[in-house]
Ligand binder design. Structure first.
Ligand SMILES: [Zn+2]
Length: 446
């Protein structure tokens, strides 16, 4: 009897096993199967403003233009009494009228508080400074400062679309593009950067909570443009003075004079021996170069020197004259205002702001009349063959070579990081080759 039922029982059992197995597969495919292992999620402490943010429900509020402190606070259920209290204490700790559009408030509520009554609000005054408004138990406010961590960074990149985009893609602060263009202003034409140009930079970066807040000192750069390496090393003759950038041989990176005393301007009148003056209506020589720019545009000393004049005169308006050396002097006319601290005898550096564009004196519109003196006579600066600024004096040469040796070795050790596009392209090519090879193998053996 057993023998009779044996095969059918076995068959039924087999069918059940198959059915369960099929159902299990279906459940698994549909993702309905409960997970056997529940991963234990341990919340990491995230410290910001000296507070573990993971203990709270965190909201972020970006200050809108003209938004008032009281409007923001009442929006987050802060009582009128508490708002008045902070306003009354405002003079002692932080002027609440000074909250700026674009800055943010962090609102911290208890995790399971459905009413969202904040325990604390933190105003981020800058990337480093913040103000805490405590609403828990008692009301008080205090200022704090996030700790700034200085990080040494060694980075590189190969330009594929633009320098700016390459920096961003390689996780480098794009403001380094401006710094690089300043350092190499006289040796690399940043308007003619080509794909494949590459760079390596060694610099310090200030970080707050893992975010970059400022670029510190750039100690060395190599910028390869059109196949040519351009080096720049930061070197200070002694600790008392600000340093400068020099090439690998200790030659200055700067020309003796800037091309123009104002950035983002246009030449409205060139140096000429004879011209019709728009105000006096007389044909007269114009012994300067006029740069038209908006009122208030900073005017820069075109070279290092000592202030000789900084005053008002009827025709010149507010003007500054700088003596650079025994040979050259420059003069800047019609300023709306002479910069603070600019007076005779004061030493200025190339690029330092000495005043602001205006139209004081004999001028029709806002511009700076730039006058260039060589051996006591006015000449056209655009026709001068200007040399590179003085190289390092011989006595500093050995020190420069010793100090830059290590950083130069460091620079050479950095490898160029190509952006992913190139890497992916290479991988795709490798894969194609591999597939090709295996197809050939298949053809050989089958
Ligand atoms: Zn002029």
């Amino acid at each position: 009897m057993v023998k009779q039922y044996g095969p059918s029982v076995a068959l039924i059992l087999f069918a059940i096993i198959i059915a369960v197995w099929v159902v299990e597969i279906v459940i698994e495919l549909r993702g309905e199967k409960p997970q056997k292992q529940v991963a234990v999620v341990r919340e990491e402490a995230v410290f910001k403003y000296g507070i573990n943010l993971n203990d709270f429900k965190v909201l972020n509020h970006l200050v809108k233009p003209n938004e008032l402190f009281s409007e923001i606070f009442s929006q987050y259920n802060v009582t009128a009494g508490a708002i008045n209290y902070f306003v009354s204490k405002s003079g002692e700790v932080f002027n609440l009228k000074k909250i700026k559009a674009g800055n943010s408030f962090t609102v911290l509520c208890e995790k399971n508080d459905s009413l969202m009554i904040p325990k604390m609000l933190v105003y981020e005054e800058s990337k480093v400074n913040y103000v805490v408004f405590n609403l828990d138990d008692s009301l008080y406010m205090y200022r704090g400062q996030s700790s700034v961590e200085r990080k040494h960074r060694e980075v590189s990149g190969v330009i594929q679309s633009s320098l700016y985009a390459t920096l961003e893609q390689n996780n480098i602060d794009p403001s380094l593009a401006v710094r690089m263009s300043e350092i190499f202003a006289w040796s690399v034409d940043f308007y003619k950067i080509q794909n494949g140009d590459k760079f390596k930079i060694i610099y310090d970066e200030d970080m707050v909570n893992g975010r970059s807040v400022a670029i510190g000192e750039i100690s060395a750069i190599v910028f390869n443009s059109g196949g040519k390496d351009n080096y720049a090393f930061y070197y200070s003759k002694d600790n008392a003075h600000e340093g400068d950038y020099y090439d690998e041989n200790g030659n200055s990176m700067k020309k003796q004079f800037l091309k123009s005393p104002v950035k983002f301007s246009r030449i409205s009148s060139r140096f000429t021996i004879k011209r019709f003056h728009p105000v006096t209506k007389i044909w007269k020589a114009h012994l300067g170069t006029d740069y038209a720019a908006a009122y208030g545009t900073p005017i820069l000393a075109t070279a290092d020197g000592v202030i000789e004049n900084a005053q008002f005169k009827v025709f010149n308006g507010n003007y500054v004259k700088i003596r650079h050396n025994g040979e050259y002097k420059t003069q800047y006319l019609h300023m709306s205002k002479i910069a603070k601290g600019i007076r005779p005898g004061v030493r200025v550096r190339q690029g330092e702001v000495i005043g602001y564009v205006g139209s004081t004196g004999l001028a029709t519109g806002p511009h700076v009349c730039y006058r260039f003196w060589k051996d006591g006579a006015q000449v056209d600066p655009l026709h001068q063959k200007l040399t590179f600024a003085d190289p390092l004096p011989a006595k500093y040469k050995t020190d420069f070579m010793t100090k830059t040796k290590n950083v130069s070795t460091g620079l050479n050790a950095i490898t160029y990081t190509e952006h992913n596009i190139a890497v992916q392209k290479q991988m795709a090519e490798d894969e194609e080759e591999a597939i090709g090879q295996s197809e050939e193998l298949v053809r050989k053996f089958f």
